[in-house]
Design a binder for this molecule. Structure first.
Ligand SMILES: Nc1ncnc2c1ncn2[C@@H]1O[C@H](COP(=O)(O)OP(=O)(O)OP(=O)(O)O)[C@@H](O)[C@H]1O
Length: 231
């Protein structure tokens, strides 16, 4: 379980995040939506201790993520390309992560096999540096890397952005299968209301740093969001 408690982030006078409370149970597929600048990435970055909150805290299994390290072995994330080692090829990068996660070659092969359809023969064995991959393929590498070692919790910032239409469908299918198979908690931010409502059990709408909707009724999510965004 992840808890966000009275979390505030301020840059000078500007309060960019102000979340009173949020509890995300294990196994939930949690969607985060909001206009540009609403605070979605900032929230994820604080939850991953990449940015420090001005006040408040985030707890995973009851431990403050800014003060403990144990949670790091249970969490995978892909927020942006800065999280990758772009001077490596995809194969070299996966091999580096295999060693870090202490997986066998066979386990790594099994992991990558799950992404075969999504990779579409563009990534593994291609000898291309990550820095030279297309934006969509780079995203696929990041998502596959985030999920190495079967983390309990996976954070994905705009995972559908830059993916071609068939890859978007494959990724949705993959997340739904993974959720079913392993009870992974997914936290997904997205501007794609159709995709996020299709895969998520719950959608939180952020506006100017505040939660203004917490939607948990699957049938009404899309309609409520379309009304809010005027789409
Ligand atoms: N280092 C920083 N210094 C000052 N302001 C910042 C900094 N980082 C983020 N912000 C501000 O915080 C606010 C929230 O930004 P954030 O990137 O979290 O929004 P977002 O919801 O992810 O937006 P988008 O949908 O455009 O990706 C914005 O107003 C942004 O300008």
């Amino acid at each position: 379980m992840i808890q966000v408690i009275e979390l505030k982030k301020q840059y000078k006078e500007a309060v960019v995040l102000d979340v009173e409370g949020l509890t995300i149970p294990q196994g939930e597929c949690f969607g985060l939506v909001g206009n540009n600048g609403a605070g979605k990435t900032t929230l994820f970055r604080i939850m991953l201790d990449l940015v420090r909150a001005t006040s408040g805290e985030v707890r995973m299994h009851d431990l403050n993520v800014a003060k403990h390290e144990e949670w790091k072995g249970k969490v995978g994330a892909f927020l942006d390309e800065h999280m990758l080692l772009s001077y490596l090829t995809a194969d070299e990068y996966f091999e580096t992560l295999r060693k870090i996660h202490k997986l066998s070659d066979a386990d790594m092969q099994d992991h990558l096999a799950k992404f075969e359809e999504l990779f579409n023969d563009e990534i593994v064995g291609k000898k291309k540096y990550i820095r030279d991959l297309s934006k969509g393929n780079l995203k696929k590498v990041g998502i596959a890397a985030a999920m190495i070692g079967n983390p309990e919790v996976v954070y994905l910032d705009e995972p559908f952005e830059n993916l071609d239409p068939s890859s978007q469908v494959k990724l949705k299918k993959f997340i739904l299968q993974e959720k079913e198979r392993s009870n992974t908690t997914f936290l997904i931010s997205s501007h794609d209301l159709n995709h996020v409502t299709e895969i998520c059990d719950r959608i939180v709408l952020l506006e100017k740093g505040k939660i203004i909707k917490d939607l948990q009724e699957k049938e009404q999510m899309l309609e409520e969001l379309n009304t809010y965004f005027g789409t």
